[in-house]
Design a protein around this ligand. Structure first.
Ligand SMILES: Nc1nc2c(ncn2[C@@H]2O[C@H](COP(=O)(O)OP(=O)(O)OP(=O)(O)O)[C@@H](O)[C@H]2O)c(=O)[nH]1
Ligand SMILES: [Mg+2]
Length: 597
């Protein structure tokens, strides 16, 4: 048997054809997903399905880690070009008995403009390509036929996206039209340079290229073209200096109002904000007809569209962010607090959650919340829940169930029914906030161990953070120090946002309820509380709250919701009193899309 042990798993023979079977059979040492840089195990033949699963998961985690946060896609740099204008046409009218018809070349069509439109139906920037090119205009044709205009292109981005134009001098900015031309001409002799520049700008009648350029009328036309170009370039610089594009797209554009449309055109959907205009079409040869030149044999080419580079940043709008080690139960807690509405995968291995997931907590006036209205709900691992659901379906439990419409009472019903979640909770809801479940944070995440710490970027703007620790672990207090240090390494001062320590899996303590075990559990919780009081201080010298809960069995969650509600309310009130300066909100942070920060 060949020895694969020295190669990384991805390079084992057949890694892409039958990777899992072969590799899983070859492994006997269980892989530790917590240790992503562990060396590949020594192959020994063994059959085990769960190993195959572990291997698959490990690959997924590894892949995610290698992206260095780039696939969270809350940051993206796109280079945008408006469509190029169509070329003008050189043609002469032909008709029987008219040997020298007038010039009849049509103008080129305008290049398509590029717009940006916030859409509530999107949640990530992942569908947005990095290079966006507007639709080019059509070329003009004989018999005065103008080219068609390019269609407008709409870039749809999720609500909550901030769009910033990257200024000149920044290395991430791509070149504008003139800089690009300058680059393509670099190193050429002056005569060659002039020739190329003319090639980019003029269309000549066949075989008249050389005679045209010696004519005065062409020289005058060329001079005026360059003058217009200089003016356009100056206007662009001015625009960039005076009103660089900064859009905070957190509101949907009202589509009920009619928008400016050409006279006679039908009402159109709003297209959003114009970011890059298409280039003007070239002029056909009739444009150059004059007393001195009755048969102009040249036309202009279409102008290139505007080229700009935009930095898109998606603010994940979560009020409370969860920070915890892998397997602490963050995802389970998110599901419990949202009544299972937020689907975040739960499993007993590390790094189950690869992307931040946001859920909504809805609270009633009496403090009850949507997730807590059904007593005795258990939030188990995703696979277990799916299997149970399948079994219920196979038993036919849903066969005679009423549909939602059949069972729902009319919306106008004044009955306050807080004992059911979902639709019934609408009437009871008085307050809501959002929470975000994050991937696990481990020691040295800042060194790109585990999944790195770049996902914390989306937590920068959250109003409060909650530490989630596993109370059944031997020393939950050690986790807290690691978490706090990693937060500080990401951004000094970030740990001051933390307001609460949620000690999860409390159900595992206390054994069978015998007195000694219960006393032990109490002592452990007491020790955690003392530790937090002594070592962990939040912003403004506040003490962190400590709440023992069981996310799986939905215990003590009302208290968690109550506390979170006060943090969110506090922070929102403070925001109203002293709104953040515009610049603070829009200040560009370190961009994660940098390949090697
Ligand atoms: N007994 C008990 N088990 C829990 C509780 N909460 C979570 N678990 C279990 O702990 C394991 C991990 O839960 P997850 O919610 O996936 O943990 P996580 O913090 O999201 O983990 P990552 O996504 O990997 O960072 C699962 O097997 C859960 O069933 C709890 O309150 N009690
Ligand atoms: Mg998780």
């Amino acid at each position: 048997m060949p020895r694969f042990g020295l190669l990384p798993p991805s390079r084992w023979p057949g890694a892409f054809t039958a990777p899992l079977d072969a590799a899983a059979r070859a492994i006997s040492v269980p892989l530790d997903p917590l240790d992503p840089i562990a060396s590949p195990p020594v192959p020994v033949v063994q059959e085990d399905d769960s190993l195959r699963d572990r291997l698959r998961r490990r690959r997924r985690t590894e892949w995610k880690r290698r992206q260095r946060g780039q696939t969270f896609l809350d940051n993206l740099i796109v280079s945008v070009r408006g469509g190029t204008g169509g070329d003008g046409c050189v043609a002469f009218h032909r008709e029987k008995f008219k040997p020298f018809g007038p010039p009849s070349g049509g103008n080129g069509g305008r290049g398509g403009d590029v717009y940006i439109l916030p859409s509530p139906h999107l949640t990530t920037l992942s569908a947005i390509p990095k290079r966006i090119r507007g639709d080019p205009g059509g070329n003009g044709m004989g018999t005065w036929q103008n080219g068609r205009n390019g269609n407008p292109l709409i870039i749809r981005v999720p609500l909550g996206t901030i769009v910033r134009e990257i200024p000149r001098g920044d290395t991430r900015r791509s070149k504008d039209e003139w800089e690009a031309e300058e680059e393509s001409l670099a190193g050429l002799a002056p005569a060659e340079r002039l020739e190329k520049m003319r090639e980019h700008r003029w269309v000549h009648y066949p075989r008249f290229g050389e005679t045209n350029i010696t004519r005065d009328s062409f020289k005058a036309a060329e001079e005026s073209l360059y003058k217009q170009e200089r003016e356009r370039r100056y206007a662009r610089h001015q625009r960039e200096l005076e009103s660089s594009i900064v859009l905070d797209l957190d509101k949907e554009i009202d589509s009920s109002k009619s928008v400016d449309a050409p006279l006679g055109a039908r009402h159109r959907e709003p297209m959003g904000h114009l970011v890059a205009a298409g280039g003007m079409g070239g002029l056909g040869n009739p444009h150059y007809l004059s007393q001195l030149n009755r048969a102009p044999k040249f036309a202009t080419r279409g102008q290139p569209g505007e080229r700009i580079t935009l930095a898109l940043e998606l603010k994940i709008l979560a009020d409370v962010g969860f920070v915890g080690m892998p397997n602490a139960g963050k995802s389970t807690l998110l599901r419990a607090l949202t009544g299972g509405r937020a689907k975040s995968e739960v499993a007993s291995y590390a790094f189950t959650t690869l992307n931040p997931v946001v859920g909504i907590v809805r609270v009633a006036a009496d403090g009850s919340f949507e997730g807590g209205v059904r007593a005795g709900q258990v939030h188990d691992e995703t696979l277990v829940e799916e299997a149970a659901e399948r079994a219920r379906m196979e038993r036919g439990e849903y066969a005679d169930a009423l549909t939602r419409n059949q069972s729902a009472e009319p919306r106008a019903s004044p009955r306050l029914d807080t004992d059911r979640g979902g639709y019934h909770f609408d009437l009871a809801e008085t307050f809501r906030f959002t929470i975000a479940d994050n991937p696990g944070l481990i020691s040295d995440s800042s060194e790109n161990v585990g999944l790195g710490h770049s996902f914390l970027r989306s937590m920068e703007r959250s109003l409060a953070l909650a530490y989630i620790v596993d109370l059944s672990a031997p020393a939950p207090w050690d986790e807290l120090l690691v978490l706090r240090d990693e937060l500080e390494k990401y951004q000094p001062g970030m740990s001051r946002k933390a307001r609460v320590v949620i000690a999860n899996k409390a159900d595992l303590l206390g054994g069978d309820g015998d007195e000694a075990a219960v006393a032990d559990a109490k002592a452990k919780l007491q020790r955690l509380e003392t530790f937090v009081a002594e070592r962990m201080v939040s912003g403004e010298g506040r003490r962190l709250d400590v709440v023992p809960v069981s996310a799986k069995y939905s215990q003590n969650l009302t208290r968690v919701v109550g506390l979170m509600r006060t943090y969110v309310q506090d922070a929102r009130d403070r925001l109203v009193e002293q709104p953040p300066k515009e610049l603070d909100v829009l200040q560009p942070g370190p961009l994660l899309t940098d390949p090697d920060p």
